[in-house]
Design a protein around this ligand. Structure first.
Ligand code: GLN
Ligand code: ZN
Length: 757
């Protein structure tokens, strides 16, 4: 008999219950006991849901009050020194690692592989000592056992845990910590065995990255040392193919392997070849990273021959943990009925897994009806008028090289732009958004809920634009923006105005801690029925003599922060988005907006996990940006903006975008980025962020001036712009005005120094 299992379930709750619990606790509105009870209720309902959906083995330990990597840090006792912790990690210590405290800064957060989930980065020094410091996992196992659930504990594996961490000491190499770490895993596994656990899932998604040889060697040694723990281990890989390690993984002393067949379908043969007789093979055939229904007929005929060979040694599962997927489609009463029928959220995906298992165990006829209706729905989706738009198709087919190339090279455009705008040296500007006050949110919400009419909303937004323009004029900024009051979210706002996008009411996915996002769904060919931002920018322009910069979200960021179609390549969807944005760019230009910023903060996170695949992605991503931006005249200035990612390793691609100006966050890399831009000799103009917008602290004029001086030492001062790191929507007006005032002063200091130099 084949077995069905799940790798992880969304912890946030169908109605974001965990968010509510956590935020009430942090604000001091409830106590720890309430938080714990609420969290337990959530875990219980998740377990029961999974059991009722037909899972034979249910993950335990995948739940977290903040982040599963942080939980691992607590379990292993690798608490950074600044948290001055002793004994068992309590809630105060746990949440100060996550969110910082008066005396200690929070641990750094970064993206989990190529997902939009953020984990807390483990910190390692030569003083790092491991000892079991949280009993959370063991308590949760007991809770599950009390409920009569068959728990399969989940741990982040030693390779992934160490590899994703960071050294916090010069000269120290974290790989040396394997030595100390393995005995601890041994101890944990021993404890689990004592609790009567049969299977444990050890997640090693790091195997899908390009791993250095020495890490692979240490990984093999580590797992051989874990062998004697007396428990059966399922080594889980996901997010990509691990085919190059197939022989190695088959020879490891673990009792089962899980591979992701949604991201790496082709790897199966390498695993099936001489698959060890005693090992389980778990196949992730239902996509944990997207929201589409599986093609059950196809999956069933794919699994059938594998099952004939492996029999009870075949396990069926989603491709990865379901935390990247919303909880339950049942909560989407407002969604278009037809589109809804094409979707599967976590609860539905588990049913798909269970159904496939049933077919394998009881024969295809037992699930014939379900397979047929699945195929019928897929056929309807393929043929649906909601999906295809021949006009978009025809436009894509007509794209030529000249559509992704500005008419003239940067030098000529720069001349035309300088003549048009006459800006001073070190021009000052912002990244687009201004404080999103309670009043703004209220008027947007009232309009959305139809409690206020369009004219009320319009006037509220116009008032915000007047306010923002007035303040920017008073501050003496050189290039103004309208302030983005109309947008709650930079992707959602554009999605709502494009055809081909659908929105959910409750399709929340955890981003970090209590923060969730609700990615919109691209279900069909994208087109722009009418102008989106032109009226706002035009109104701003009517209020000032200064140049106004239009503000758009770029095609790759739209793609990256949405659930995308699985029936055509991402590159094609990106081009469709690019054409829609191109239309908006041209309409802005026609309306006299001379500068247009196309934000691409997500361009870096779209990179494939393995470096050999980067070039292909960068190629189509750059092309999409250029399609969006290249239709304009020489004297229209295209800006782009990027932030909060590593950019030094993709500088050539950033240059290829051929934006006239790039504004880029630098606080995170402490100007290392600028050295990169300097060394690379970035050809166009650049505005390195001169202050961190995440901090309420108001920077000193001289700090910003000093930063600019440093920038001047690596980049031609003629090319430099002056701006904050990112948008200001999370800040209050008082800080914003103070900080921008000083920023303008800093630019003036630099001007007086460099004028005529
Ligand atoms: N224009 C956007 C803003 O200012 C950019 C946001 C971002 O980079 N994520 O808010
Ligand atoms: Zn930004």
């Amino acid at each position: 008999m084949a077995i069905s299992h799940n790798l992880g379930f969304p912890r946030i709750g169908a109605q974001r219950e965990l968010k509510t619990l956590l935020e009430a606790y942090w604000k001091g509105q409830t106590n720890l006991q309430n938080l714990d009870e609420g969290a337990l209720a959530l875990r219980r309902s998740n377990w029961i849901r999974q059991r009722d959906a037909g899972m034979d083995l249910i993950p335990v330990g995948d739940f977290s009050l903040y982040d599963h990597m942080l939980d691992m840090t607590a379990t292993l006792g690798a608490i950074p020194e600044r948290f001055a912790h002793k004994g068992e990690v309590d809630a105060d210590c746990y949440f100060s690692m996550a969110r910082g405290s008066k005396s200690a800064a929070a641990m750094e957060m970064t993206k989990w592989f190529d997902t939009n989930y953020h984990y807390l980065v483990p910190e390692f020094t030569s003083k790092t000592k491991f000892s079991i410091s949280s009993m959370r996992l063991f308590r949760e196992i007991e809770e599950a056992q009390e409920l009569g659930i068959a728990p399969k504990p989940v741990l982040v594996g030693p390779l992934t845990y160490l590899y994703l961490g960071k050294e916090k000491e010069e000269g120290f190499e974290r790989i040396s910590l394997f030595e100390d770490l393995i005995p601890l895993y041994h101890e944990i596994l021993g404890k689990l065995a004592d609790m009567g656990i049969e299977w444990v899932q050890i997640d090693e998604p790091a195997l899908a990255l390009d791993l250095p040889e020495e890490w692979l060697e240490r990984f093999i040694r580590a797992y051989s040392e874990l062998e004697s723990s007396g428990i059966r281990t399922l080594l889980a890989t996901y997010f990509g193919s691990v085919e190059e390690h197939a022989d190695l993984l088959k020879s490891l002393p673990v009792q089962g392997l899980h591979i992701d067949l949604c991201r790496g379908r082709n790897q199966l043969d390498s695993f099936l070849k001489d698959y060890p007789r005693e090992k389980i093979l778990s196949l992730g055939v239902v996509d944990g990273r997207n929201i589409w229904r599986a093609d059950l007929e196809k999956e069933f005929s794919f699994l059938k021959p594998v099952h004939d060979r492996l029999q009870e040694r075949l396990w069926v599962a989603p491709s990865c943990s379901l935390i990247h997927c919303p909880v339950d489609l049942e909560a989407e009463a407002g969604l278009d009925r037809e589109i809804r029928s094409w979707l599967a959220f976590s609860a539905q995906k588990l049913k798909e897994v269970a159904l496939l298992k049933k077919g394998l165990n009881e024969g295809g006829s037992a699930i014939r009806g379900a397979l047929e209706s699945s195929s019928l729905i897929l056929a309807e989706r393929r043929a649906s008028h909601r999906v295809s738009n021949p006009v978009v198709e025809a436009r894509l087919a007509k794209l030529t090289d000249s559509d992704h190339k500005r008419a003239n090279p940067f030098e000529e455009r720069q001349k035309a732009q300088r003549a048009r705008f006459g800006l001073p040296l070190f021009p000052t500007t912002t990244i687009g958004s201004f404080p999103q006050t309670e009043a703004i949110r209220k008027s947007r919400a009232a309009f959305r809920k139809k409690e206020a009419g369009f004219l009320d909303y319009l006037e509220a937004m116009r008032a915000e634009i007047r306010l923002a323009v007035g303040k920017q004029e008073a501050l003496g900024l050189d290039v103004l923006v309208h302030g983005e009051a109309e947008r709650a979210d930079m992707v959602e706002y554009f999605g709502e105005h494009l055809w081909g996008y659908a929105f959910t009411d409750n399709g929340w996915v955890q981003s970090y801690g209590s923060r969730c996002v609700k990615p919109p769904i691209i279900y069909g060919d994208i087109s722009r029925p009418e102008a989106i931002t032109v009226a706002w920018s035009k109104y701003a322009k009517s209020l000032t003599e200064k140049p106004v910069k239009g503000m758009l979200t770029g095609p790759i960021t739209m793609l990256q922060w949405s659930f995308v179609r699985d029936d055509q390549p991402r590159s094609k969807t990106a081009l469709q988005l690019a054409l829609a944005i191109r239309d908006e760019v041209l309409d802005l230009e026609k309306a006299g907006i001379g500068m247009i910023q196309i934000d691409e903060p997500a361009i870096r996170e779209g990179l494939p996990l393995k470096k050999p695949d980067w070039a292909e992605y960068l190629d189509w991503a750059v092309k999409a940006f250029r399609v969006a931006s290249s239709g304009v005249r020489d004297d229209t200035q295209i800006h782009t903006h990027m932030c909060y990612a590593e950019f030094n390793d993709i500088l050539p691609a950033i240059a290829e975008l051929d934006a006239d100006v790039i504004t880029i966050e630098t606080s995170r890399s402490d100007m290392e980025l600028l050295d990169g831009f300097g060394k690379f000799d970035y050809p166009n103009e650049i505005g390195p962020g001169v202050y961190d917008i995440h901090s309420p602290r108001i920077p000193e004029t001289r700090e910003m001036a000093r930063l600019l001086e440093r920038a001047c030492s690596v980049i031609d001062p003629e090319k430099l712009w002056v701006n904050p790191d990112c948008g200001l929507k999370t800040r209050g007006w008082a800080e914003v005005e103070a900080a921008l005032g000083r920023m303008v002063e800093a630019a003036k200091l630099l001007r007086s120094k460099y004028a005529g130099a």
